[in-house]
Design a protein around this ligand. Structure first.
Ligand SMILES: [Zn+2]
Length: 435
């Protein structure tokens, strides 16, 4: 998937996320070295590549070499350059790659400063030669980091809130005019001429392949209806959506098509496509889609249960707190970590878990990964690892804060651990708010 963004000075750039077929993955550090380099090439062996890296793939200089570089925030480079020399590519315990940057004497002169491999932005030599432009390539293999990439490439535009002020002369003349303070604030974003032209010509701004189809499900007569505040109730009730939903249409398709009956709801989208206008599913002619749902129906081992809950019980989902672990586990692949913590707190507040500490023990790592990420980012050396005890404690502090909003505390759940040094709170707030 990709999105196109426009930088402050106007030029477009693309964020592109590619998923490799299982046969074509590059799982080991030797594989990564085949497609990625974070080093200055030899000037003798490949003068063309050397020139391209010099022009497009050098960060800064910043740090002590150039303390007033725009990337410097509070005395540190916000992009963590210079990196450290690294004899070989390796994957750290979180699965993040640390690319090789050997101390091999290769150097480039930029803005009158001699710089070495520690300032090279990772690139692919072939792509760099083909497009002759800045193309930063990074390798990722962890579902957690991929989740953040999605967030990053969809982060939206830079915005500014501006306030309109009248000068004092006008105020004197307009004393009788009612001021609407809300209207005095403008929510603005900057559009450069390049971007304006891009949009006028309707060039693509984002793309995604394959399509992800959202599958809804609901209990009988309990599907969601969307209507406006001022809609007439009779109009709302006569809408076709009242009697139909994507889910009910799926049931109907199962009546008409034998082959549909062998597919679960989520497999179903690979063979059928939903037609919004007819509110029906039709056999798919080409392409494929990923369905998002795990579905099982009220019949378990040939016994039909009167409620879905009982069917879940028969499936073994409700015998213990496993359903809560499963709920959090399922949500971890699509929810932000902040959402997961809220989910855990919500389950805590309902008092539904018989042993919350067991659920915590099984799930806390999923509730912590942005904290680990922020912690690593906030330290000078981005390769430093946070230890489990600190991480667990920081996560507990977050949980405690969420409980406080609901006038509760971890102390209300005696079997749950309680955070040790609650003063770390300010550190967390700063970082999580920033994120
Ligand atoms: Zn920098």
């Amino acid at each position: 998937m990709h999105t196109i963004e426009f930088q402050k000075r106007g030029l477009p750039h693309v964020h592109l996320l590619l998923f490799l077929h299982p046969d074509n993955k590059y799982p080991s550090s030797t594989d990564i070295d085949k497609i990625l380099s974070a080093e200055i090439p030899s000037h003798q062996d490949d003068p063309e590549l050397y020139r391209l890296v010099e022009n497009h793939m050098i960060h800064g200089p910043c740090g002590i070499l150039q303390p007033n570089s725009p990337c410097m925030k509070e005395g540190k480079c916000s992009r963590f350059y210079p990196k450290q020399f690294q004899p070989q590519t390796l994957l750290d315990s979180n699965g993040y790659p640390v690319y090789h940057r050997r101390n091999n004497g290769h150097s480039i002169s930029k803005n009158g400063v001699i710089i070495d491999n520690r300032y090279v932005i990772p690139y692919n030599p072939k792509l760099l030669k083909k497009y002759r432009a800045h193309i930063n390539i990074e390798w990722y293999n962890q579902s957690t980091s991929i989740k953040y990439l999605f967030k990053y490439i969809n982060k939206g535009y830079d915005r500014v809130t501006a306030v309109m002020l009248s000068d004092s002369d006008n105020v004197a003349q307009n004393v009788n005019i009612q001021n609407d303070e809300l209207k005095e604030y403008l929510d603005c974003r900057c559009i450069s001429p390049y971007e304006a032209a891009w949009r006028i010509f309707a060039f693509p701004i984002q793309g995604r392949k394959p399509v992800v189809e959202r599958l809804y499900f609901h209990l009988p007569d309990q599907h969601n209806i969307i209507y406006e505040d001022h809609d007439d109730i009779d109009d709302v009730l006569s809408k076709p959506t009242i009697s139909d939903s994507k889910f009910l249409a799926w049931m109907n398709t199962n009546k008409d098509f034998d082959e549909a009956r062998n597919l679960t709801y989520s497999q179903f989208v690979s063979k059928f496509v939903y037609n919004k206008r007819n509110r029906s599913w039709q056999p798919r002619k080409k392409g494929y889609t990923i369905g998002r749902l795990i579905w099982d129906i009220r019949t378990v081992a040939n016994i039909q249960y009167p409620t879905y809950r009982e069917a879940c019980f028969a499936m073994g989902f409700l015998q213990d707190d496993r359903e809560y672990v499963e709920a959090i586990k399922e949500a971890k692949d699509w929810g932000t970590t902040n959402y997961l913590r809220k989910l855990f707190v919500l389950i805590l507040l309902t008092g539904a878990m018989s042993k919350p500490e067991e659920v915590w023990n099984q799930c806390w790592h999923w509730l912590a990964d942005d904290i680990a990420y922020q912690y690593t980012k906030s330290t000078i050396n981005s390769e430093v690892q946070i230890n489990d005890d600190t991480l667990r404690n920081l996560t507990l502090i977050e949980i405690e804060q969420l409980l406080h909003i609901n006038q509760r505390s971890l102390k209300d759940y005696p079997t749950m651990p309680y955070p040790q040094d609650i003063n770390l709170t300010s550190y967390l707030q700063n970082n999580l708010v920033l994120s």
